[in-house]
Design a protein around this ligand. Structure first.
Ligand SMILES: Cc1cc2nc3c(=O)[nH]c(=O)nc-3n(C[C@H](O)[C@H](O)[C@H](O)COP(=O)(O)OP(=O)(O)OC[C@H]3O[C@@H](n4cnc5c(N)ncnc54)[C@H](O)[C@@H]3O)c2cc1C
Length: 118
C-alpha cells in the first residue's frame, strides 16, 4: 500500500478545456495539480464556438459565443494563477510511482524525458 500523503496530488494529461477545467477544480479544492500538454501553445484553430446554458450553470436561456482558444486561455491563466503547474511541449507516454513519488515519461522534439511530478 502506498504511503498516505497529507497533500494529494493529481496529474492531468491534456490542456484542452476538459483538462484545464479539471485542473481549476482541483486547485479550488486545494489539491496540487500538474497538467501536461504536448502542444507548445494553445491550439489556434476554430473549434467550439459556443457555451450552452447548461454549461454555464445559470438559469439564463441563451448560449455564449466564445472561441475555444479564448476559453483555453482564460482557464490556463486561472489554473496557473491558482498555483497549478502547466507543462507545455511534453507528450506524456507513461508514468511510474514508488515510495518517493511519481515520475512521468514524456517526449519533446522526439527526445525522451523523465520529469518528477511529486
Ligand atoms: C472542427 C471542430 C469544430 C467543433 N465545434 C464545436 C462547437 O461548435 N461546439 C462545441 O461544443 N464543440 C465543438 N467541437 C468539439 C470541441 O472542440 C471538443 O469537444 C473539445 O475540444 C474537447 O475538449 P477536451 O479538453 O476534452 O479535448 P481537446 O480539446 O482535444 O484537448 C485534449 C488535449 O490533450 C492533448 N494531449 C493529447 N494526448 C496527449 C499526450 N499524450 N500528452 C500530452 N498532451 C496530450 C492535446 O494536445 C489536446 O490539447 C468542435 C471540434 C472540432 C474538431
Amino acid at each position: 500500500m502506498p504511503p498516505a500523503t497529507a497533500t494529494p496530488v493529481r496529474r492531468v494529461v491534456g490542456a484542452g478545456p476538459t483538462g484545464l477545467m479539471l485542473g481549476c477544480l482541483l486547485r479550488h479544492h486545494g489539491i496540487q495539480c500538474t497538467v501536461i500538454e504536448q502542444r507548445d501553445g494553445i491550439d489556434p484553430r476554430t473549434r467550439a464556438v459556443m457555451v450552452h446554458a447548461s454549461g454555464l450553470e445559470t438559469p439564463f436561456p441563451y448560449y455564449v459565443n466564445v472561441p475555444q482558444p479564448d476559453v483555453e486561455a482564460v482557464l490556463a491563466a486561472r489554473f496557473t494563477t491558482a498555483g497549478g503547474r502547466l507543462l507545455r511541449g511534453l507528450r506524456y507516454t507513461r508514468h511510474q510511482q514508488d515510495e518517493h513519488g511519481v515520475t512521468a515519461e514524456t517526449v519533446t522534439d522526439g527526445a525522451p524525458h523523465t520529469i518528477t511530478l511529486l
